[in-house]
Design a protein around this ligand. Sequence first.
Ligand code: PEP
Length: 256
Amino acid sequence: MQTPTPIIAANWKMFKTIDQAITFVVQLQGELGPVHDREVVIAPPFTALQAMRQIMNVPGFRLAGQNCHWEEQGAFTGEISPLMLRDAGCDYAIAGHSERRHVFGETDEETGKKVQALFRHGIVPILCVGETLEEREGGKTFDVITRQITAATEGLPPEASAKLVLAYEPVWAIGTGKTATPDQAQEVHRFIRDKCASLFDKDVAKGLRLLYGGSVKPDNVDALMAREDIDGMLVGGASLEVPSFKRIIQFHTGEK
Ligand code: PEP
């Protein structure tokens, strides 16, 4: 089986105006040139999607939404639908980010509905899972991950589960400067792949792209990316400046 193409994804959260987003991407593309052996995915604020679409048609670059509602349209003030994300040029969307779960109270069930809705509209979900510090210290990491993946993928048709991207983002590592060690991340990634083998199919699980997220920086990306079951990065803070995000995109690992 072919090794999955790595994904380096930027989650810009509630940062950058339209002008700042465009300036960033133009500079990044100018410095990187075409990207062929990895995918660069950028999730800007919704307001910048349409403008960014015009400049993201460069090989290797893809646009993502940071969140969505599960309905196609309706009386849901302040929400955005998968249909609208598709219309704005998104190929990917983040589902179940820990800030959605822990700041806005999103449930496993709601995350599952988002995953299903995104697939219905031809958008690949980047499903985030991860434990809090309390859960890790209580020895509950694997139970939490199992619960989150099971709830979010229930009833997914096989062709959809084969495309799903999962991001392991330990809540204690997001925006805190504390990164999981490569061993800690690898251990959970292996668990996720094995879990997906039992929930979906062994071959499907081998081909899935499993991203790590949580204080990824230029100085830890290589060691994380070198581990067998880590196929990409989901980056918050360090994706906001061109030099650090560019260095993360240019990770090097040697042979895995
Ligand atoms: C994130 O928001 O998904 C994230 C991983 O943030 P940071 O890289 O800042 O920890």
